[in-house]
Structure formats: C-alpha cells, structure tokens
Design a protein around this ligand. Sequence first.
Ligand SMILES: CC(C)(COP(=O)(O)OP(=O)(O)OC[C@H]1O[C@@H](n2cnc3c(N)ncnc32)[C@H](O)[C@@H]1OP(=O)(O)O)[C@@H](O)C(=O)NCCC(=O)NCCS
Length: 440
Amino acid sequence: MSNEYQDLQIDPESAGRLAAQGLRMRLVDTDSPEFPAWLYAEARGFHAARPSEESLDEQVRGFAYRRTTGVWDESGADAASPVSSVSSWPTELTVPGRGSVTAWAISAVTVAPTHRRRGIARAMLEAELRTAHALGVPVAMLTVSEATIYSRYGFAPAAMAADWTINTRRARWTGPAASGRVQFVTLEQLSADGPRLLERARLDVPGEIEFSGYLWERLLGRYGDDKELGNQLRFVRYDDSAGVPQGFAIYRLVESPDDFSAHTLELRYLVTATDDAYAGLWRYVLEMDLVASVTASLRSVDEAVAWQISDFRAARKTQERDHLWTRILDLRAALEARRYGAAGRIVLEVSDPLGFAAGRVLLSTDSGGSASVIPFDEAIPDGAAALSLSINELSAIYLGGVSAVTLAGAGRITELTPGGAAAADVAFRSAVVPRLSIWF
Ligand SMILES: CC(C)(COP(=O)(O)OP(=O)(O)OC[C@H]1O[C@@H](n2cnc3c(N)ncnc32)[C@H](O)[C@@H]1OP(=O)(O)O)[C@@H](O)C(=O)NCCC(=O)NCCS
C-alpha cells in the first residue's frame, strides 16, 4: 500500500463536524517540528510522563510509519498542542486456517480532559473507519484500555488474553523432552533472528499481527524512557536439533524482598514456531533455580503448558479478558480471507449502523475450508443455515474464538433457521484459540 495511507487527505466529514465547533482536525507529519507536541499530548492522554528530550528522536522515528492525526483548539491558551490524538496504519492480521488479512490498526486514541465528551473521539474514530474503507482495508482493529467505548463503532472483542502465574515449586515438568537446546543470545543476535521468527510463527495463531519497528524495540526494552528495564531483560533462543532457531523468550527476574531463593521470573515474551520449541522454552523457565513463580501476561487463555506440569493447580489464570477488538469493514474480503471448519452454506443478514458492511450475503464453504461470499436476496436455500446479526457479533466470531451459540443464547444473534448458530459455530470456530501477544 506504499505510503498512500499517510497521504490520503483527512476525512472531510469529521473535519467539517469539528470545524463547526472551532476545532481543527488535520494530519501531522512525524518529521515536522510540531510532532513532539503531538507526542506530549498522547502521553498526557494516557496519564504517562512527558517523553524526555533524550528519547524524543527515537519516539518520533517510532511513529514514522503511521498516519498521525490531531485536533487543535486554536482558541486555547496552548494552541500549539493538540487536544486529541490518533494514529493508524495497515498491517497483516492472522485469520483462521493460516490466512492473513490486511487490517487497519488504530492506536494512541486520546482526547484532552479539558475537551472530553464533545464528540471528538467519535469524529476521530469514524474518520479512521472511513479512511480505512476508502483505502479498501477490510478490517479495523485495536487494543483497548476500556471495554466501554468501541462497540458503538462496530468493534467487538475477538481475541482474549490471559495472565498466568505458575508456582514452580509445585509444577514438575511432565511434558515432552525437547530435542534441541536453549541458549542465551545477545540483543544483536535476537534482533537479527527475532523478526523473521515472529513472522513465521504468526500464521499459526489467529489474532496475531505483523509488527516491527517501535513495537519490536519495545519488546526488547530498547524504546522510550524505561532503559532500566532493558538492562534487566534476558534473551534466550531455542534451536532445534538441526540448529535452526525455532523460538525465543524474553524475561527478567524480580527478587523477593525477604527470600533470595524465591525470585519471580517475569516471562515478558515467548514465541515459538514448533511444539518442540514451546516445550523446550517453557521447561527452561519453569526449572530455573532461585525462582518460586513464573508470571506471563498476554498469553493464550488455552495454554498447553497447563497440561505439561505435574500439578494442574500450580498454573493459575490470574486474569482473563478481552484484548484484540476487530471491526469488519468489507464482508466479502474479510470473510473470504479465512478458512472454515465445515462445508456448507450460511446466509448472513448483517446490520451496520455506520453503513460500511451492512448487507445480506451467502457464505459458501467447501470441504477444504475455502469460502466464497456473494450478495444474496433470494429465499434461504434448503439445507442452509441463516442468522441475523450486527457487525459487532460478526466481528466477534470472525477469528473463531467467540461462540455463535453463546451470542445467540445472549440474544445478540438471531437464528433464522433452527440450529443456525450451531452450524455457524462449527464453520467459524478456530482449532487454535485466537490470541494477540502485544499491545499496540
Ligand atoms: C476515551 C476518550 C478517547 C473519549 O473521548 P471523548 O472525546 O470524550 O468521546 P466522545 O465525546 O467522542 O464520545 C463518544 C462516545 O463515547 C462515549 N464515551 C466516551 N468516553 C467513554 C468512556 N470512557 N466510557 C464509556 N463511554 C465513553 C460517549 O458517551 C459517547 O457516546 P455516544 O456517542 O454514544 O453518545 C477520552 O476520554 C480519553 O482520551 N481518555 C483517556 C485515554 C483513553 O482511554 N483512550 C482510549 C484508548 S483505547
């Protein structure tokens, strides 16, 4: 998509609506002298510290690939600082069946507390959706700090995340013995192999996205003002028996205040391209000396490691919640990008208050899992399932981790044929539970 997405003019509808309130919405280039003010406004919006002068350059570079938008109130005392921020960019999202779809990632959504509840966020979000739609991007997505804001724009949680704590004194390893080896690597070595490995593993898990640049640097603890964290991180790589890197882990050790033999190992990132690497790296962290527990966040709600230890209760999910929210913008492109669990036909009557993806379509899937989607205004064919649902529910079940039966039970999907939700569930359900391993 080159950088077309950065140059496309600002959405005239939202800009016009805000102009009527004396507010100016426009794009801001990361290399313009006014960009630091945008960064400060974004940090303030999230109640974070103002980025230091030393980290400014790298933060500016970190946003260079994004489309960055602000809103200015020229009547204000500090008219040079925006009162609202948002950034966005197209990237690849894994969908069931090792497929990939281009998705519009939206991030850094803030409105200054002095300007809240005047419709600025709504103008920004709608502008993002119209921009993505105009560029032909079939799905929008975000990770959210509050779960109450984005449903009104058609988003729904599609991949959940869990935080795990494993009591390593109770958890003897009972999983398979890995055939390769774990070794420490330097930051430079991880920087060389890591992104390739991430991309290779990405297609195994619906919900994972392609990322690099600032999001990658942040994993390594090399971005922003928290360099102290970077110094505490350890990097290990798993090489299979042929010497091929198949996974890596990033962790740090946190000392217990009163017992040196009871450190907590904070597993900050773990990615593996094979089951063998998964076993090798989990065993490595669970068997670390002077450690009493391992914590890991943004992990799957369905971690295999829970089945690889001697005491099932030694592994606890300390938190489970929504993480990746998706919003389908183009029914056909989004639904045809993924694979399905059963051959069949499903009529979907989709409502979309914002108008992007409303319609009645026939989704036909074959025994290989491929699908075709066509507009459909005929009667429901014999043997087909049929559902009526809004774009939120379709977006929720899109990655195969939310059950159509649950949503029908909740009154959020209407079955137009008996058993329609169960048929949709068999088709949409992903064998691998969707997950996204980062915030963006
Ligand atoms: C959340 C935030 C962006 C909302 O901005 P805003 O300009 O006040 O929102 P708007 O006036 O456009 O309101 C849009 C709608 O969202 C609702 N809304 C806004 N903030 C909300 C919140 N925190 N919880 C629930 N609903 C909220 C409004 O009631 C309004 O609903 P309606 O259009 O259906 O009447 C802003 O409060 C903020 O910057 N918060 C801190 C940073 C943050 O949380 N960002 C979200 C990152 S994921």
